[in-house]
Write a protein that binds this ligand. Sequence first.
Ligand SMILES: [Fe+2]
Length: 380
Amino acid sequence: MVQFDFHPRTRIAFGPHAISRVGLIARELGFRRTLVVADPGIRAAGHTTNVLEKLTAAGVETFLFEDFGVNPDSTMVAAGAAFAAPLNVDSIVALGGGSALDCAKGINFIVRNGGTMADYRGYGKASTPLLPMIGVPTTAGTGSEAQSYAVISDPETHMKMACGDPSAAPRVAILDPDLTITAPRHVTAMAGFDAIAHAVETAVTTKRNALSDTFSHQAWRLLSDAFERVILHPTDDEARGAMLLGAHFAGLAIEQSMLGAAHACANPLTARYNIAHGLALAILLPHVVRWNGVVARDRYAALLGSPRRRVRDEDPAEMLARRLEDITVAGHLAITLSDAGVDPEGIPALAELAAQQWTGTFNPRPFDARAAAEIYRAAL
Ligand SMILES: [Fe+2]
Protein backbone atom coordinates (compact mmCIF):
# COMPACT_ATOMS: atom_id res chain seq x y z
CA MET A 1 0.00 0.00 0.00
CA VAL A 2 1.39 3.39 -1.00
CA GLN A 3 0.52 6.34 1.24
CA PHE A 4 -0.47 9.70 -0.20
CA ASP A 5 -1.46 13.18 0.90
CA PHE A 6 -3.51 14.87 -1.80
CA HIS A 7 -4.39 18.53 -1.50
CA PRO A 8 -6.24 19.78 -4.60
CA ARG A 9 -4.80 23.21 -5.26
CA THR A 10 -6.34 24.05 -8.59
CA ARG A 11 -10.01 24.78 -9.14
CA ILE A 12 -11.15 23.52 -12.56
CA ALA A 13 -13.54 25.59 -14.69
CA PHE A 14 -14.33 23.31 -17.65
CA GLY A 15 -16.56 23.57 -20.70
CA PRO A 16 -17.23 25.34 -23.98
CA HIS A 17 -16.94 29.14 -23.58
CA ALA A 18 -15.41 28.74 -20.09
CA ILE A 19 -12.93 31.44 -21.12
CA SER A 20 -15.74 34.01 -21.06
CA ARG A 21 -15.53 33.79 -17.25
CA VAL A 22 -11.85 34.74 -16.99
CA GLY A 23 -12.62 38.32 -15.93
CA LEU A 24 -15.08 37.27 -13.23
CA ILE A 25 -12.75 34.59 -11.92
CA ALA A 26 -9.86 37.07 -11.79
CA ARG A 27 -12.02 39.49 -9.81
CA GLU A 28 -13.11 36.73 -7.44
CA LEU A 29 -9.44 36.02 -6.76
CA GLY A 30 -8.81 39.73 -6.10
CA PHE A 31 -6.65 40.37 -9.20
CA ARG A 32 -6.06 44.08 -9.84
CA ARG A 33 -2.76 44.31 -11.75
CA THR A 34 -2.14 41.17 -13.79
CA LEU A 35 0.79 39.96 -15.84
CA VAL A 36 -0.59 38.08 -18.85
CA VAL A 37 1.98 35.58 -20.15
CA ALA A 38 0.66 34.57 -23.56
CA ASP A 39 2.05 32.25 -26.19
CA PRO A 40 3.03 34.43 -29.20
CA GLY A 41 1.85 31.63 -31.51
CA ILE A 42 -1.81 32.01 -30.49
CA ARG A 43 -2.12 35.76 -30.95
CA ALA A 44 -3.36 35.44 -34.54
CA ALA A 45 -6.22 33.20 -33.38
CA GLY A 46 -7.52 36.10 -31.28
CA HIS A 47 -7.32 34.31 -27.91
CA THR A 48 -4.90 36.80 -26.37
CA THR A 49 -6.97 39.84 -27.32
CA ASN A 50 -10.10 38.12 -26.06
CA VAL A 51 -8.56 37.42 -22.63
CA LEU A 52 -7.12 40.93 -22.33
CA GLU A 53 -10.51 42.44 -23.16
CA LYS A 54 -12.34 40.22 -20.66
CA LEU A 55 -9.89 41.14 -17.90
CA THR A 56 -10.09 44.86 -18.72
CA ALA A 57 -13.90 44.74 -18.75
CA ALA A 58 -13.76 43.25 -15.25
CA GLY A 59 -11.63 46.16 -14.06
CA VAL A 60 -8.31 44.29 -14.04
CA GLU A 61 -5.28 46.18 -15.37
CA THR A 62 -3.20 43.97 -17.71
CA PHE A 63 0.45 43.84 -18.76
CA LEU A 64 1.23 41.52 -21.68
CA PHE A 65 4.44 39.47 -21.96
CA GLU A 66 4.91 37.30 -25.07
CA ASP A 67 8.67 37.26 -25.55
CA PHE A 68 9.47 33.55 -25.14
CA GLY A 69 9.67 30.42 -27.28
CA VAL A 70 8.91 26.71 -27.06
CA ASN A 71 10.90 24.97 -24.32
CA PRO A 72 11.35 28.25 -22.39
CA ASP A 73 14.79 28.62 -20.85
CA SER A 74 15.96 30.52 -17.80
CA THR A 75 17.06 33.49 -19.96
CA MET A 76 13.50 33.96 -21.26
CA VAL A 77 12.15 33.62 -17.72
CA ALA A 78 14.64 36.23 -16.49
CA ALA A 79 13.49 38.61 -19.27
CA GLY A 80 9.88 38.10 -18.20
CA ALA A 81 10.74 38.71 -14.55
CA ALA A 82 12.66 41.89 -15.47
CA PHE A 83 9.62 43.08 -17.46
CA ALA A 84 7.26 42.34 -14.56
CA ALA A 85 9.39 43.59 -11.66
CA PRO A 86 8.68 47.37 -11.97
CA LEU A 87 4.97 46.81 -12.73
CA ASN A 88 4.02 45.80 -9.21
CA VAL A 89 1.68 43.07 -10.46
CA ASP A 90 -0.37 41.10 -7.92
CA SER A 91 -1.31 38.15 -10.14
CA ILE A 92 -0.60 36.23 -13.34
CA VAL A 93 -2.71 34.79 -16.14
CA ALA A 94 -0.92 32.23 -18.33
CA LEU A 95 -2.42 31.54 -21.75
CA GLY A 96 -1.08 29.07 -24.29
CA GLY A 97 0.58 25.68 -24.52
CA GLY A 98 2.82 24.16 -21.87
CA SER A 99 5.55 26.68 -22.73
CA ALA A 100 3.38 29.62 -21.66
CA LEU A 101 2.29 27.89 -18.46
CA ASP A 102 5.84 26.91 -17.54
CA CYS A 103 7.29 30.31 -18.46
CA ALA A 104 4.63 32.05 -16.33
CA LYS A 105 5.41 29.84 -13.34
CA GLY A 106 9.13 30.48 -13.82
CA ILE A 107 8.57 34.26 -13.90
CA ASN A 108 6.47 33.89 -10.75
CA PHE A 109 9.36 32.22 -8.88
CA ILE A 110 11.83 34.99 -9.83
CA VAL A 111 9.47 37.95 -9.35
CA ARG A 112 8.61 36.81 -5.83
CA ASN A 113 11.90 35.33 -4.68
CA GLY A 114 14.72 36.67 -6.92
CA GLY A 115 17.70 34.62 -8.09
CA THR A 116 17.63 32.38 -11.14
CA MET A 117 15.62 29.27 -12.07
CA ALA A 118 18.47 26.93 -11.12
CA ASP A 119 17.96 28.08 -7.49
CA TYR A 120 14.50 26.47 -7.47
CA ARG A 121 15.39 23.11 -8.96
CA GLY A 122 13.66 20.41 -6.93
CA TYR A 123 10.68 21.12 -4.71
CA GLY A 124 9.63 23.69 -2.12
CA LYS A 125 12.49 26.17 -2.43
CA ALA A 126 10.37 29.35 -2.71
CA SER A 127 10.61 31.13 0.65
CA THR A 128 7.84 33.62 -0.31
CA PRO A 129 4.65 32.11 -1.74
CA LEU A 130 4.15 32.82 -5.43
CA LEU A 131 1.53 35.18 -6.88
CA PRO A 132 -1.92 33.69 -7.55
CA MET A 133 -2.21 32.47 -11.12
CA ILE A 134 -4.93 31.44 -13.56
CA GLY A 135 -3.80 28.85 -16.13
CA VAL A 136 -5.53 28.70 -19.51
CA PRO A 137 -4.18 25.94 -21.78
CA THR A 138 -4.76 26.29 -25.51
CA THR A 139 -3.45 22.79 -26.25
CA ALA A 140 -4.33 19.46 -24.66
CA GLY A 141 -0.81 18.38 -23.74
CA THR A 142 1.46 18.97 -20.78
CA GLY A 143 -1.25 19.37 -18.17
CA SER A 144 1.04 22.03 -16.68
CA GLU A 145 -2.05 23.92 -15.53
CA ALA A 146 -2.65 21.04 -13.07
CA GLN A 147 0.86 21.05 -11.69
CA SER A 148 3.06 22.78 -9.15
CA TYR A 149 6.19 22.34 -11.33
CA ALA A 150 7.72 24.73 -13.85
CA VAL A 151 9.82 22.90 -16.43
CA ILE A 152 12.49 25.34 -17.61
CA SER A 153 15.50 24.57 -19.83
CA ASP A 154 19.10 25.42 -19.02
CA PRO A 155 20.10 27.81 -21.86
CA GLU A 156 23.55 26.21 -22.27
CA THR A 157 22.83 22.48 -22.04
CA HIS A 158 19.17 22.77 -23.16
CA MET A 159 18.37 20.13 -20.52
CA LYS A 160 15.16 20.57 -18.55
CA MET A 161 15.05 21.65 -14.90
CA ALA A 162 11.95 20.76 -12.87
CA CYS A 163 11.29 23.52 -10.33
CA GLY A 164 8.35 22.90 -8.02
CA ASP A 165 6.57 24.58 -5.15
CA PRO A 166 3.06 24.09 -3.74
CA SER A 167 2.27 27.76 -4.40
CA ALA A 168 3.31 27.45 -8.07
CA ALA A 169 0.15 25.49 -8.92
CA PRO A 170 -2.44 27.72 -10.62
CA ARG A 171 -5.38 28.69 -8.36
CA VAL A 172 -7.76 28.12 -11.26
CA ALA A 173 -7.42 26.21 -14.52
CA ILE A 174 -9.85 27.35 -17.21
CA LEU A 175 -10.33 24.40 -19.56
CA ASP A 176 -12.17 25.63 -22.64
CA PRO A 177 -12.12 23.12 -25.53
CA ASP A 178 -12.91 25.91 -28.02
CA LEU A 179 -9.43 27.39 -27.43
CA THR A 180 -7.75 24.19 -28.65
CA ILE A 181 -9.60 24.04 -31.99
CA THR A 182 -7.35 26.61 -33.66
CA ALA A 183 -4.14 24.62 -33.04
CA PRO A 184 -2.54 23.22 -36.23
CA ARG A 185 -2.90 19.45 -36.65
CA HIS A 186 0.76 18.64 -35.87
CA VAL A 187 0.55 20.71 -32.67
CA THR A 188 -2.63 18.87 -31.64
CA ALA A 189 -0.96 15.54 -32.40
CA MET A 190 2.30 16.20 -30.56
CA ALA A 191 0.64 17.76 -27.54
CA GLY A 192 -1.93 14.97 -27.45
CA PHE A 193 0.75 12.30 -27.56
CA ASP A 194 2.58 14.02 -24.70
CA ALA A 195 -0.60 13.75 -22.63
CA ILE A 196 -0.98 10.08 -23.60
CA ALA A 197 2.63 9.44 -22.54
CA HIS A 198 1.83 11.06 -19.18
CA ALA A 199 -1.15 8.73 -18.69
CA VAL A 200 0.89 5.65 -19.63
CA GLU A 201 4.03 6.49 -17.65
CA THR A 202 2.22 7.60 -14.48
CA ALA A 203 0.24 4.34 -14.48
CA VAL A 204 3.32 2.23 -13.76
CA THR A 205 5.88 4.30 -11.80
CA THR A 206 7.27 3.24 -8.45
CA LYS A 207 5.48 6.24 -6.86
CA ARG A 208 2.01 5.59 -8.25
CA ASN A 209 -0.80 5.26 -5.70
CA ALA A 210 -4.54 4.61 -5.69
CA LEU A 211 -5.28 8.25 -6.46
CA SER A 212 -2.77 8.71 -9.26
CA ASP A 213 -4.07 5.46 -10.79
CA THR A 214 -7.54 6.98 -10.84
CA PHE A 215 -6.26 9.98 -12.77
CA SER A 216 -3.95 7.94 -15.05
CA HIS A 217 -6.66 5.46 -16.02
CA GLN A 218 -9.36 8.05 -16.67
CA ALA A 219 -6.83 10.16 -18.63
CA TRP A 220 -5.94 7.13 -20.78
CA ARG A 221 -9.61 6.35 -21.46
CA LEU A 222 -10.39 9.92 -22.48
CA LEU A 223 -7.22 10.51 -24.52
CA SER A 224 -7.00 7.17 -26.32
CA ASP A 225 -10.68 7.42 -27.25
CA ALA A 226 -10.49 11.01 -28.52
CA PHE A 227 -7.03 11.26 -30.14
CA GLU A 228 -7.93 9.98 -33.60
CA ARG A 229 -11.19 11.96 -33.53
CA VAL A 230 -9.49 15.32 -32.99
CA ILE A 231 -6.99 14.55 -35.74
CA LEU A 232 -9.70 13.60 -38.25
CA HIS A 233 -12.31 16.12 -37.09
CA PRO A 234 -10.54 19.10 -35.53
CA THR A 235 -13.79 20.89 -34.70
CA ASP A 236 -15.32 17.94 -32.79
CA ASP A 237 -16.04 19.76 -29.53
CA GLU A 238 -16.76 16.60 -27.51
CA ALA A 239 -13.43 15.08 -28.54
CA ARG A 240 -11.58 18.35 -27.88
CA GLY A 241 -13.13 18.45 -24.41
CA ALA A 242 -12.11 14.85 -23.73
CA MET A 243 -8.52 15.61 -24.78
CA LEU A 244 -8.35 18.72 -22.59
CA LEU A 245 -9.73 16.92 -19.53
CA GLY A 246 -7.55 13.88 -20.22
CA ALA A 247 -4.44 16.06 -20.41
CA HIS A 248 -5.43 17.77 -17.15
CA PHE A 249 -6.05 14.46 -15.35
CA ALA A 250 -2.73 13.13 -16.65
CA GLY A 251 -1.10 16.29 -15.27
CA LEU A 252 -2.71 15.58 -11.89
CA ALA A 253 -1.36 12.02 -12.06
CA ILE A 254 2.18 13.39 -12.59
CA GLU A 255 1.86 15.45 -9.40
CA GLN A 256 1.47 12.20 -7.46
CA SER A 257 3.30 9.66 -9.52
CA MET A 258 6.06 11.45 -11.50
CA LEU A 259 7.11 9.99 -14.88
CA GLY A 260 9.44 7.33 -16.26
CA ALA A 261 11.94 6.13 -18.84
CA ALA A 262 10.20 7.56 -21.92
CA HIS A 263 10.54 11.10 -20.57
CA ALA A 264 14.09 10.39 -19.37
CA CYS A 265 15.02 9.28 -22.91
CA ALA A 266 12.99 12.03 -24.63
CA ASN A 267 14.62 14.98 -22.87
CA PRO A 268 18.12 14.44 -24.36
CA LEU A 269 16.59 14.09 -27.85
CA THR A 270 15.03 17.53 -27.45
CA ALA A 271 18.18 19.02 -25.92
CA ARG A 272 20.69 17.56 -28.42
CA TYR A 273 18.70 17.02 -31.63
CA ASN A 274 15.95 19.62 -31.18
CA ILE A 275 13.28 16.94 -31.61
CA ALA A 276 9.93 18.23 -30.31
CA HIS A 277 8.92 16.71 -26.96
CA GLY A 278 5.73 15.03 -28.24
CA LEU A 279 7.49 13.60 -31.28
CA ALA A 280 10.36 12.25 -29.16
CA LEU A 281 7.80 10.50 -26.96
CA ALA A 282 5.99 9.08 -30.00
CA ILE A 283 9.28 7.58 -31.19
CA LEU A 284 10.15 6.11 -27.78
CA LEU A 285 7.05 5.23 -25.78
CA PRO A 286 6.03 1.99 -27.54
CA HIS A 287 9.59 0.68 -27.01
CA VAL A 288 9.63 1.76 -23.37
CA VAL A 289 6.31 -0.05 -22.80
CA ARG A 290 7.75 -3.26 -24.31
CA TRP A 291 10.94 -2.87 -22.27
CA ASN A 292 8.97 -2.29 -19.05
CA GLY A 293 6.66 -5.20 -19.83
CA VAL A 294 8.58 -7.72 -17.76
CA VAL A 295 7.78 -5.81 -14.56
CA ALA A 296 4.66 -3.82 -15.47
CA ARG A 297 2.52 -6.44 -17.24
CA ASP A 298 -0.38 -6.28 -14.77
CA ARG A 299 -0.33 -2.49 -14.58
CA TYR A 300 -0.51 -2.20 -18.36
CA ALA A 301 -3.34 -4.75 -18.41
CA ALA A 302 -5.23 -2.64 -15.86
CA LEU A 303 -4.66 0.47 -17.96
CA LEU A 304 -6.12 -1.27 -20.99
CA GLY A 305 -9.12 -2.09 -18.83
CA SER A 306 -8.85 -5.81 -19.40
CA PRO A 307 -6.99 -7.37 -16.48
CA ARG A 308 -8.58 -10.80 -16.98
CA ARG A 309 -10.24 -10.88 -20.34
CA ARG A 310 -8.30 -11.23 -23.60
CA VAL A 311 -4.87 -11.01 -22.06
CA ARG A 312 -4.48 -14.69 -21.18
CA ASP A 313 -2.76 -15.37 -24.46
CA GLU A 314 -1.58 -11.89 -25.29
CA ASP A 315 1.09 -9.82 -23.65
CA PRO A 316 -0.58 -6.60 -22.40
CA ALA A 317 2.64 -4.64 -22.89
CA GLU A 318 2.71 -5.71 -26.54
CA MET A 319 -0.99 -4.90 -26.89
CA LEU A 320 -0.47 -1.44 -25.43
CA ALA A 321 2.67 -0.82 -27.52
CA ARG A 322 0.73 -1.66 -30.70
CA ARG A 323 -2.15 0.58 -29.68
CA LEU A 324 0.34 3.40 -29.13
CA GLU A 325 1.89 2.74 -32.56
CA ASP A 326 -1.59 2.98 -34.13
CA ILE A 327 -2.01 6.33 -32.39
CA THR A 328 1.34 7.59 -33.73
CA VAL A 329 0.27 6.58 -37.26
CA ALA A 330 -3.05 8.42 -36.88
CA GLY A 331 -1.18 11.52 -35.65
CA HIS A 332 1.46 11.35 -38.43
CA LEU A 333 4.08 10.89 -35.71
CA ALA A 334 5.23 7.39 -36.69
CA ILE A 335 8.93 7.84 -37.37
CA THR A 336 12.11 6.21 -36.11
CA LEU A 337 15.12 7.73 -34.40
CA SER A 338 17.03 7.29 -37.68
CA ASP A 339 14.34 9.28 -39.53
CA ALA A 340 14.83 12.01 -36.92
CA GLY A 341 18.55 12.19 -37.68
CA VAL A 342 20.02 10.12 -34.84
CA ASP A 343 22.65 7.56 -35.88
CA PRO A 344 23.89 4.62 -33.78
CA GLU A 345 27.14 6.42 -32.90
CA GLY A 346 25.12 9.11 -31.12
CA ILE A 347 23.44 6.68 -28.72
CA PRO A 348 26.07 6.35 -25.96
CA ALA A 349 26.14 10.11 -25.31
CA LEU A 350 22.33 10.27 -25.33
CA ALA A 351 22.13 7.31 -22.97
CA GLU A 352 24.49 8.97 -20.49
CA LEU A 353 22.29 12.07 -20.44
CA ALA A 354 19.10 10.00 -20.14
CA ALA A 355 20.52 8.18 -17.12
CA GLN A 356 20.99 11.54 -15.36
CA GLN A 357 17.32 12.48 -15.71
CA TRP A 358 15.51 12.62 -12.37
CA THR A 359 12.34 11.28 -13.97
CA GLY A 360 14.04 7.99 -14.85
CA THR A 361 14.39 7.16 -11.15
CA PHE A 362 10.64 6.52 -10.91
CA ASN A 363 10.51 4.04 -13.79
CA PRO A 364 9.18 0.63 -12.67
CA ARG A 365 12.11 -1.24 -14.19
CA PRO A 366 15.46 0.02 -12.87
CA PHE A 367 16.76 2.47 -15.46
CA ASP A 368 20.37 3.39 -16.21
CA ALA A 369 22.56 4.28 -19.21
CA ARG A 370 22.61 0.68 -20.42
CA ALA A 371 18.82 0.54 -20.29
CA ALA A 372 18.56 3.86 -22.12
CA ALA A 373 20.91 2.62 -24.87
CA GLU A 374 18.78 -0.49 -25.27
CA ILE A 375 15.62 1.62 -25.65
CA TYR A 376 17.28 4.03 -28.12
CA ARG A 377 18.58 1.11 -30.22
CA ALA A 378 15.10 -0.42 -30.35
CA ALA A 379 13.78 2.91 -31.66
CA LEU A 380 16.43 3.39 -34.40
FE1 LIG B 1 5.75 15.24 -21.22
